[in-house]
Write a protein that binds this ligand. Sequence first.
Ligand code: C2E
Ligand code: MG
Ligand code: MG
Length: 399
Amino acid sequence: QALSQAQRLDQQVAVLFIDLDRFKLVNDSLGHPVGDRLLQEIARRLRAALRDNDTVARVGGDEFQVVVCNVAGPTDAARIAEKLMRVLGEPFVLEGQELPVTASLGVSLFPRAGASGALLLKYADPALYEAKGEGRNAYRFFSPEMNAQAHGRLRLENDLRRAVERGELELHYQPQLDLATGEVCAVEALVRWRHPVRGLVLPNAFIPMAEETGLVLGIGEWVLDEACRQVALWQREGLADNLWPLRVAVNISARQLQRPGLDGTVRRALARSGLAPACLELEITESSVMLDPQHAQSVLQALRELGVQLSIDDFGTGYSSLAYLKRLPLDRLKIDRSFIGGIPTDSDDAAIVETIIVMTHKLGLRVIAEGVETLEQRLQLVRQGCDEMQGFLLAHPAP
Ligand code: C2E
Ligand code: MG
Ligand code: MG
């Protein structure tokens, strides 16, 4: 009815899929009678927030659907979604207990999303799914680009499968500075994909996909080989004589860490290139270590025995247990750039950075700051006793 009326009057209709976040927790901890009363209360609030000729339905356990007629457009629909999130966000009090509720919403719009009710519902679903993926308490729209994105992703994945053999990957290098001597002590190798149509693609746009599909294993092997080859060549050509012994840092993904045989891969890359093991550093993110700390410990031990250096990347973002960290055979911690960005204005960031530096030194490790963009940041890091830095202030990654 709503759709045919909208068609006649040239209006738009919004369908909102609402899914409560963590409703199961209420049921499990307070019992189903409380859960039922919460659902009734939620339904009342939804009805109160909408107009009389809109429709609210409970379609499943903790799922509601809303049909809103005569919507002016996406902005109007967004306002409605926000209003619903707001009324649900006010705490519910049941049996003297305050129950915080948040909801995720998927929104589709007639006629843009589809010409039938079935299509509108079909497209609100992935939007809801995306909203959940955003960390809940969010709303997302169906958009035609969403389908295109899904298709584009598949195409990209197929392209990535052939990127290594077609020679489309390349490494850019970003220098790291020793703050005590003022000299470049290392470079970090950062992979780029020279896509024939899309141009230069940055790692954040394809490494996560490579992780999911396992393609990162082949890519990672190529990166190790190429980084060792290049730096050994620079050393032989004498281009790095003043920087001797120039070290190269290579990023290792979680998948590479999990898969047996990483030490063999590294040993082969060193042997093929003739690079001294001490000139190779492997950067492992804090979060990939914490996926399986015990396994990580034995892998890092094997790598350490090859004589390569080891560092923890993006430190401060991965909920490390200091107990595990202490047991790992590490050379260096790399403070995540999100903390460096707050210097000097954010006093919390400054305190965190200082604390990491002190802690790292107490553990007998060196510490490097990444993402240093301003002179003030560099000066403060020097004052706080940081050993090394990397960032746009010094240089962007370059071929
Ligand atoms: P990462 O290892 O933390 O690398 C540093 C990233 O910070 C690089 O981004 C670099 O360009 C950027 N960066 C450097 N200085 C600054 C600065 O001053 N300000 C800001 N805002 N950013 C700065 P990039 O090259 O896009 O790489 C992103 C991430 O992709 C890397 O983060 C790393 O986790 C991953 N990655 C890069 N290459 C590889 C690789 O060969 N293998 C794997 N597994 N991951 C890689
Ligand atoms: Mg890194
Ligand atoms: Mg990092």
